[in-house]
Design a protein around this ligand. Structure first.
Ligand SMILES: [Zn+2]
Ligand SMILES: [Zn+2]
Length: 108
């Protein structure tokens, strides 16, 4: 089983826009994975999903990545994945500047 580096939550396999990914059940951090890791994690997740406690998501709980804010020029932003349309659509990655709070989405 894989655990989130940011919050220690359990990672659930899913299909993302860039291929196979693991998504944290707690803070929605997303990790790229190798195909072999996915099989192992998928097997475990089916049994553990019901027992997972969803933690409150706050600003400091979000993972931070190195990306340039086009508003203030700061180079660190929180990020998360969010479903923008139907469940068939891939999730979109959003960023929020840790300095000025500017929020934007990543376009493919
Ligand atoms: Zn997490
Ligand atoms: Zn900014």
């Amino acid at each position: 089983m894989k655990f989130c580096d940011a919050c220690g939550g359990i990672l659930i396999p899913k299909m993302g826009s860039n291929g196979t990914e693991l998504e944290c059940r707690s803070c929605k951090a997303v990790y790229r994975v190798e195909s072999e890791d996915l099989k192992i994690s998928a097997k475990h997740s089916e049994k553990t999903t019901a027992r997972i406690n969803i933690l409150e998501k706050d600003k400091t709980g979000l993972p931070i990545t190195e990306i340039l804010c086009n508003k203030c020029g700061h180079k660190n932003a929180y990020w998360w994945m969010q479903q923008t349309r139907s469940g068939d659509e891939p999730e979109t990655r959003f960023f929020k500047c840790t300095k000025c709070g500017n929020t934007w989405r990543e376009y493919d």
